[in-house]
Design a protein around this ligand. Structure first.
Ligand code: AHR
Length: 500
């Protein structure tokens, strides 16, 4: 296969926030995950220092918090100050001690070096409660909430730029679900009030690839919004944990940009596509496993609805299928960098996250290394590229239907701050290597950074490492040079881009 890369034709500069993340008050993401006071690996503020180190290594640019479904009956005022009130979390049916609240979250973001991004309660909450939260975080000292922050020991505003109004309020499963008409009006009032508190905030709101919902949202509140939020989990195993196998996962890569194209189309039709960007602020190959709670029929016993959540912690399930899929989705975000400005891997720690914690350490799952490759080795300028005859492969999806997908998923990039190119090349085949030649004007040393594992089922666990980034030097670039990508591999090929 020949790949033509046109350095002169830049598709755009990708926003680093497409490599963002999400963390929710769910299972062991916060408590026992990133926040573990008393653990010898935790710092003076109770944050797991090894987890923060791992987050810094993949340059987490933005971290969405506190939910997710959790937020739709969460009241932020119970989790600041000295008088924390434990709450019964009606979304996930557990008690939250509220010892991790806004101030702890901001402190954690500062340690990571990432932007905070707060999703507000548009379920049981009000426009006033949401904007009070913005007062607490962003006003220097006016009003009771800024003064409360100062009283709590935070003289300087937290400067939270990114705010979401609500989370999935379109879904029957969400506490405080709304009709499209109700939603448009609530978002308009909430965003108006937040902008009155701090006009420098950037606001988004819960949306989906549905014209009716989005038209009501945008007609009522488009003038206040800077983003529109969508979510997607392709292997929807929330209730049965019935994992799609490698081949079935590859079938999902046939429609990674469907939601983006639908939302782009509506924004364009409403002439909002140059002002409102897409925040894909929850995405992952697989839905989180939490049976009998994200549904109409609630489990009665903890065996039915609570204890099964521990099965998300099975590290053997996070394989090269997750890594290959994740790389293909990040390629999709790069290709759509003109309108996708943020994407948040859901979540970052535990559950389906790329970092798994246990009392004595962490495991970097296969997906962690994909973020390491993309954040630290791929360029930030997305270039046009094409291949006249891309190799195809036919796989069967979960319904047993044949689906044809391109075997190789490629994105070509250059760098805004140095010479050279970096090509992301994902070989989806389970058992065939693929060779491709690079037709581009380049020079210098060629180095391939890649992960492939020993098989499609390779995974990392405590004292078990199969997936790590490897480095291969390929010599001096010559036009038409041929590259080989192993089966089930994620590759970043740098040309003349050695970290000079
Ligand atoms: O399964 C986790 C949930 O998925 C998140 O809380 C919610 O935002 C989405 O429906």
């Amino acid at each position: 296969m020949k790949l033509y890369v046109l350095k002169e034709r830049e598709l755009g500069k990708r926003d680093p926030m497409i490599y963002g993340h999400f963390i929710e008050h769910f299972h062991r993401q916060i408590y026992g995950g990133v926040y573990d006071p008393g653990n010898e690996l935790s710092d003076e503020d109770g944050f797991r220092a090894d987890v923060l180190d791992a987050m810094r290594k993949i340059k987490v640019p933005i971290l969405r918090w506190p939910g997710g479904c959790f937020v739709s009956s969460y009241h932020w005022k119970n989790a600041v100050g000295s008088n924390r009130k434990p709450m019964f979390d009606k979304a996930w049916r557990v008690e939250d001690p509220n010892t991790f609240g806004t101030d702890e979250y901001i402190k954690m973001c500062r340690k990571i070096g990432c932007e905070p991004y707060i999703c507000t309660n548009a379920g049981t909450g009000t426009a006033e409660e949401m904007s009070d939260w913005a007062e607490y975080c962003n006003l220097p000292n006016e009003g009771e909430f800024a003064k409360w922050r100062i009283e709590n020991g935070y003289e300087e505003p937290h400067k939270v730029k990114y705010w979401s109004i609500g989370n999935e309020n379109y879904g029957f499963w969400e506490i405080g679900a709304k009709t499209a008409e109700e939603w448009g009006r609530l978002v308009a009032e909430a965003s108006k009030m937040i902008k009155h508190v701090d006009p420098t905030t950037e606001l988004t709101a819960a949306a989906l690839a549905d014209i009716n919902w989005n038209i009501h949202l945008l007609e009522n509140s488009g003038q206040f919004l800077d983003w529109i939020s969508i979510h997607e989990y392709w292997d929807g195993i929330h209730n049965d944990n019935n994992y799609a196998d490698y081949e079935q996962v590859m079938a999902y890569t046939a429609n990674l940009n469907t939601s983006i194209e639908k939302v782009r189309g509506l924004l364009t039709a409403m002439q909002l596509d140059k002002r409102i960007r897409i925040a894909f602020d929850e995405w992952n190959l697989r839905g989180w496993y939490h049976p009998n709670v994200h549904t109409i029929r609630q489990g009665v016993t903890k065996e039915e609805y609570l204890y099964p959540r521990d099965e998300n912690d099975d590290n053997t399930k996070y394989t090269m299928a997750d890594a290959v899929f994740t790389a293909c989705f990040l390629n999709t975000c790069n290709r759509n960098c003109d309108i996708v400005g943020m994407a948040n891997f859901a979540p970052i720690v535990n559950t389906r996250g790329c970092i798994y914690t246990y009392p004595k350490g962490i495991v970097l799952r296969s997906t962690y290394h994909v973020f390491d490759l993309y954040v630290n080795y791929l360029g930030d300028i997305v270039l046009d590229s094409f291949s006249p005859k891309p190799p195809l492969m036919t796989v069967k999806n979960k319904a047993g239907k044949e689906v044809t997908v391109e075997q190789l998923d490629i994105v070509a990039t250059s760098f805004s701050d140095k010479e050279g190119y970096a090509i992301a090349a994902v070989n989806k085949s389970a058992d065939e290597e693929v060779k491709f030649s690079l037709d581009l004007c380049g020079e210098g040393e060629v180095v391939r950074y890649y992960i492939s594992g020993n098989s499609t089922e390779s995974y990392n666990d405590v004292d078990h490492t199969e997936v790590t980034i490897r480095r291969e030097e390929l010599g001096v670039f010559k036009r038409g040079m041929e590259i080989t990508a192993e089966p089930h591999s994620v590759n970043i090929i740098q040309i003349g881009a050695a970290n000079n």
